[in-house]
Design a protein around this ligand. Sequence first.
Ligand SMILES: [Zn+2]
Length: 153
Amino acid sequence: MEDIFNGIEPQVYKSQISVPYQWWAGETASKFFITLRDEKKILGKQCPQCGKVFCPPKKTCTYCYVETNEWKEVGPKGKVLTYTIVYRQLASLKKKVPVACGLIQLEGSDNAMLHYIEEIEPEKITTGMQVEAVFADEKSASIHAISHFRPVK
Ligand SMILES: [Zn+2]
């Protein structure tokens, strides 16, 4: 075997960089998050042309390209469209792995939000199963105002 290191043992060091950043969530997401925090209500936004309700809300309908204009309360129940089990502890994960994450379509919404699915063994999760939002004890104007979704009992 060719010695590409000229007889020197290669040394590998682990390091990390931190890249803090922030951005304005915009008026649509801000209202969505503030309502989650202050009223524990999940809002979607409706397209005036096709009538679809988006939750998480969208400022513009992805089908008609017109501005959504009417806020609608959706959920807190919904169904699991798809899910996965996360085993790698990424910095962005607020929960300890392994944790289930799923796309949840809330009642009254035409799209789905990504969130944690807990209070069930991951191997018992199925697509189509009914779940409900569990609000976090700690208030925050973010998606973490919802702690997770759990099966409807
Ligand atoms: Zn539309």
